[in-house]
Design a protein around this ligand. Structure first.
Ligand code: ZN
Length: 162
């Protein structure tokens, strides 16, 4: 079975930056990553290169920042007065938090700096601007269930448990 839209794909992967540092790897958990193809579960530059592969295939994929986590933008960095920042959120540099947009959608932010007056939050992904070097092995390709397609993600091992 080949990878195409609405297939569940299990991959082992290692992600390195251009300096050769390992940024992320499925070996950390020992379990392959499960994603639903065609549903924006993984970065677009990787997803398009996996299209058409079958179980057992191995591929090295280089993803430019534009097709990965985007280019960093100063517009995504905001200084929030301490008094306006929710009291229950720890003031911890590096912490990922979620803000609610005007349409009720949630988007991730990272706390970049903290001082007595302000919390600086950054909507740029930590890997924005990085070229992503993926070393991928396709472990399994299967049809998704109707429920998985409706939810837009994989259920069970390597995916969502709910
Ligand atoms: Zn679900």
């Amino acid at each position: 079975m080949q990878i195409s839209a609405d297939k569940v794909v299990l991959i082992h992967y290692t992600l390195t930056n251009n300096a050769g540092e390992v940024l992320d790897s499925s070996a950390e958990s020992g379990e392959p990553l499960a994603y639903l193809h065609g549903h924006f579960n993984i970065v677009p530059g990787l997803e398009s290169e996996l299209e058409g592969l079958s179980a057992g295939a191995k591929k090295k994929v280089v993803v430019a920042p534009e097709d990965g986590y985007g280019l960093p933008s100063d517009d995504a960095i905001h200084k929030v007065p301490q008094s306006e920042f929710p009291a229950e959120i720890p003031r911890e540099v590096g912490l990922q938090i979620f803000a609610e947009g005007p349409g009720g959608q949630h988007f991730p932010l990272w706390i970049k700096a903290v001082d007595d007056a302000f919390i600086t939050v950054d909507g740029n992904h930590p890997l924005a601007g990085e070229t992503l070097n993926f070393d991928v092995e396709v472990v399994e390709v299967r049809d998704a269930s109707e429920e998985e397609i409706a939810h837009g993600h994989v259920h069970g091992p390597g995916g969502h448990e709910h």
